[in-house]
Every structure is written in structure tokens, then in C-alpha cells.
Design a protein around this ligand. Structure first.
Ligand code: SF4
Length: 328
């Protein structure tokens, strides 16, 4: 166990964790909402430093990241725990249970990435924010070795730790779970305003950023909400790719999967505001390829995880020379 960063003693042997906006006040012998930060005798420890539940070579499109080194494979690692409580969690076995783990310290993980001849590491599967110390140390060492670092996250983190991560993380996919503050509070235990603030900070800092919304029937699938969400993203940067992902029943939620018609309707609305919108977890033909937002030239063709770059030259559209938000 490692001592955690970002906490304070608040009297007796109680501590307050300041890593995420929950600011859990934790009694001796107890852990916070995320279950992986524990108070022992007035010292807060992280339980997930170098304890990984999964390590695998994934197509980067699976994160999903469609505009960051498209067509490459990234070493993807997950641990356990989460600071949100979504009842439809698609990774609940590691987010809300305690899975089998293996010990892999940062230097070993970097050796593994280099041995497999991969160019980067993705912190993903469960919520990487709750393994903050491990992600920070590993991403620092990986950056020093010329590897890139990617986080797939709910974005629910305080400003000071976020600023530290921004020094060594090169790309993020943030799960923007909806655009209704009441929905956010009730269903995820997070807070929409914090997520919006963090998205803006990350975009303003010039990090590569993509967003994902899991579309859940009757929860976050209204046309008005998507109109508002897409317009707000466009006000930050209309080149941020938005992935609309089809929900399937999981964990404590058993409503039927998102109808394709709903995905297509929301896709059309988001496309009015944003240059790049994609559909995920579905076999629909729409929303899988990348087209030039100016001349509609086909830039990247995707069939499953088979990716072909067909219309990009020198980071520009090969037909009309438009500068693209795509890092090859
Ligand atoms: S990171 Fe975990 S312990 Fe810390 S405030 Fe958030 S939920 Fe609580």
C-alpha cells in the first residue's frame, strides 16, 4: 500500500480525501466511496498502486479514440474501484466488485509496453482517477521513455490533481454521461458542472480530447438534451469528436438496449453542431467513418476494428487541404 496524495487530517484519526469532489470524510479503518482509498491510523492509503485487474493489447479505437493514432494498438490496463455509482455500469465487475488482481509496478508496465513494441499506455476499464498515484507515476515514467499516455475517465476530479495529470497525459476520452444536472446527481453521484469545467480546462490546455455518451432509453436520450449538449461542446471546440454509444442491460439496470432509431435521431442532432460525431456499440453504417467536415472527403474508413487511412496527407484533407483534428 502507498500513502495517497491529496488528503488532510481533520481531527481524531479522521481524514478528508480531496482527490475528487466527493471529499469523503473517512474514519480510521474505513474507505471512501470509491472503496480503494483507506484510512489506517489517520493516514490515507491507496489500495490500487500497481494492482491491475487486466492488461491487454487493444485497438485504440476501442477506448474509443478515433482521432489519436488511428489504426494503432495500445497497451490497456485497468485496476478496480470507481468514484461514481451508475446503475448501468458496463464494467461493474471491476468498478463495484473486487476482482482478481496482479502486481505490476510502473517500471514493469513500461518494460511490457516496450517489449510488445507498443507506443502508449491507456488507463481504462475501471475509473483511473481513483488510482491517481499509480497513473501519475506510470505516466511520468512512460513520457520520459517517449511513450504516450491515454486516460478513459468519467472526468470527476478536483482541479489540482487534474492539472498534475495534464502534464503527462496526452489524450483523454471523457464519459459525458448526459446533460441534465439532476440526472447526473441522482444516477451517477457526480456533478455535471464539475465535468463541464474539467472538459473546458482539458480542451483549453490543448490535450487531445474525445467525449463519449452512453445513450440510455428514458434517462438521457431526449432531443432537447442532445441539442443542448452538442451546442455546449461546440462552444468549447466544435472539433471535439463525440461518440454516442448504444447501451445494453448491465449491473442493476435491465431496460432493453437503446433502439437504433434513437441513436440515429441524436446523431443527426449532434451533427448540426459538431464536426465529428460517431456511433458506437452498434452495427449501423452511419457514424463509423471519418469525413472531412468541409468537403466530405472520406478520411478514415472503419470496418469493426479494421482501420484504413485513405484521405489524409500531411495532417490535412487530401482533397481540400483543411487542417484536421487528427493526430497520426
Ligand atoms: S477519490 Fe474516492 S475516497 Fe477520494 S473523495 Fe473521491 S470517492 Fe472519496
Amino acid at each position: 500500500m502507498r500513502e495517497a496524495l491529496f488528503y488532510e487530517e481533520i481531527g481524531g484519526s479522521k481524514v478528508r480525501c480531496n482527490l475528487c469532489p466527493h471529499h469523503c470524510e473517512i474514519e480510521d479503518g474505513h474507505s471512501g466511496t470509491c472503496r480503494v482509498r483507506i484510512n489506517k491510523g489517520g493516514v490515507l492509503y491507496t489500495l490500487t498502486y500497481g494492482t491491475l485487474s487486466s492488461i491487454s493489447n487493444d485497438p485504440i479505437e476501442k477506448k474509443p479514440l478515433y482521432h489519436f493514432h488511428p489504426g494503432t494498438v495500445i497497451l490497456s490496463v485497468g485496476s478496480w474501484g470507481c468514484n461514481m455509482t451508475c446503475p448501468w455500469c458496463q464494467n461493474w465487475e471491476i468498478a463495484h466488485e473486487k476482482p482478481q488482481v496482479q502486481r505490476v509496478n510502473p517500471d514493469r508496465l513500461i518494460d511490457l509496453t516496450l517489449d510488445r513494441e507498443l507506443e502508449g499506455i491507456a488507463y481504462t476499464y475501471n475509473e483511473p482517477i481513483v488510482s491517481f498515484e499509480f497513473v501519475l507515476d506510470t505516466s511520468r515514467m512512460a513520457s520520459a521513455d517517449g511513450l504516450y499516455n491515454v486516460m478513459v475517465t468519467n472526468g470527476y476530479i478536483e482541479e489540482a490533481p487534474l492539472k498534475l495529470l495534464l502534464q503527462t497525459i496526452q489524450a483523454m476520452n471523457i464519459d459525458l454521461k448526459g446533460f441534465n444536472p439532476k440526472f447526473y446527481k441522482k444516477r451517477t453521484s457526480g456533478d455535471l458542472e464539475t465535468i463541464k469545467k474539467n472538459i473546458k480546462t482539458i480542451s483549453d490546455e490543448g490535450l487531445h480530447l474525445e467525449l463519449t455518451t452512453l445513450v440510455i432509453p428514458g434517462e438521457n436520450d431526449s432531443e432537447e438534451e442532445m441539442e443542448e449538449q452538442a451546442a455546449w461542446i461546440a462552444s468549447v471546440n466544435d472539433k471535439i469528436p463525440l461518440h454516442l454509444s448504444k447501451y445494453y442491460p448491465a449491473y442493476k439496470f435491465n431496460k432493453p438496449p437503446t433502439p437504433d432509431e434513437t441513436l440515429l435521431k441524436l446523431y443527426a442532432i449532434a451533427k448540426k453542431h459538431l464536426k465529428y460525431v460517431y456511433l458506437g456499440n452498434t452495427n449501423l453504417n452511419q457514424g463509423r467513418d471519418t469525413h472531412c467536415p468541409v468537403c466530405d472527403n472520406l478520411l478514415i474508413k472503419r470496418r469493426g476494428f479494421n482501420v484504413e487511412i485513405v484521405g489524409i496527407q500531411d495532417k490535412k484533407c487530401s482533397k481540400c487541404q483543411t487542417d484536421l483534428n487528427i493526430k497520426l
